[in-house]
Design a protein around this ligand. Sequence first.
Ligand SMILES: Cc1ncc(C[n+]2csc(CCOP(=O)(O)OP(=O)(O)O)c2C)c(N)n1
Ligand code: SF4
Ligand SMILES: [Mg+2]
Length: 268
Amino acid sequence: MAIKDWIRERFFPHIWCPGCGHGMVLNALLHTFESLGISKNEIVMVSGIGCSSRISGYVDVHTLHTIHGRALAFATGVKMSRPDLNVIVPMGDGDALAIGGNHFIHSARRNININAIVMNNRVYGMTGGQYSPLSGYGTLATTAPFINIDHAFDISRLSMAAGATFVARTTTYHTKQMSELFKEAILHEGFSVVEVLTQCPTYFGRKNKAGNAVEMIKSFKNNTTQIGSKAKEQNPDLIERGIFLQKDLPEYSREYDKVIERAKTKKR
Ligand SMILES: Cc1ncc(C[n+]2csc(CCOP(=O)(O)OP(=O)(O)O)c2C)c(N)n1
Ligand code: SF4
Ligand SMILES: [Mg+2]
């Protein structure tokens, strides 16, 4: 199958602004699907609401467009009823960690085999540039015209502390790495989180004088480094990319099947 066969052309043109990073995530994801060698019928993408969440509608697999912040709850239902399917949940930083924060940590805690992709553009793009829990101290937003005093979550640390068993980070500059991490996350048996630092030139970029889309993408190149690199020792402010955690623990939907078997045989 060619890359274009994974796309739902009837939904194009897409809604994203010129230079938005979400299209780069879509591109990497399509390459991942192609390289996995699986059929469209084996993949379910579940989304909430947000510019990032629109990604599911553009891919020709099973898709479910649900409500803001609740995609992981819907995805849990899908996975529990069909553990054989690959369930992928693309989310915005607001969707995943503001309104959806509770579902996020509990999905991680259960270690359910769902792949969460968090597109972190540090802003509520779709609703006009309000600050999110990832905007960070000192940033500007339509709801913080004089400065945002909220500190940002560290998505990787939060995910690991909550119980996720695969945790990684990359950026829209590192498209090849992005595609490879998506693949490893999908193949991982447990709750996986891939954070993608991505650009919203329309709101975060403009408000914070971060430059145009190209300049924002270049800043991901200049301000990040591979986990464990020497560069990090010399400049601790660099943000690390790569796999932070990959470990095996019992997976929730499989464990639940065992509970059902026990109930059938009345074993306690
Ligand atoms: C229950 C509910 N609350 C609020 C909204 C409004 N809303 C839609 S998208 C969104 C935030 C989008 O930000 P993010 O998830 O970071 O995605 P982005 O658009 O930045 O990709 C909000 C607050 C909604 N649709 N539903
Ligand atoms: S508002 Fe921002 S996140 Fe939304 S499509 Fe435009 S650039 Fe992308
Ligand atoms: Mg966002």
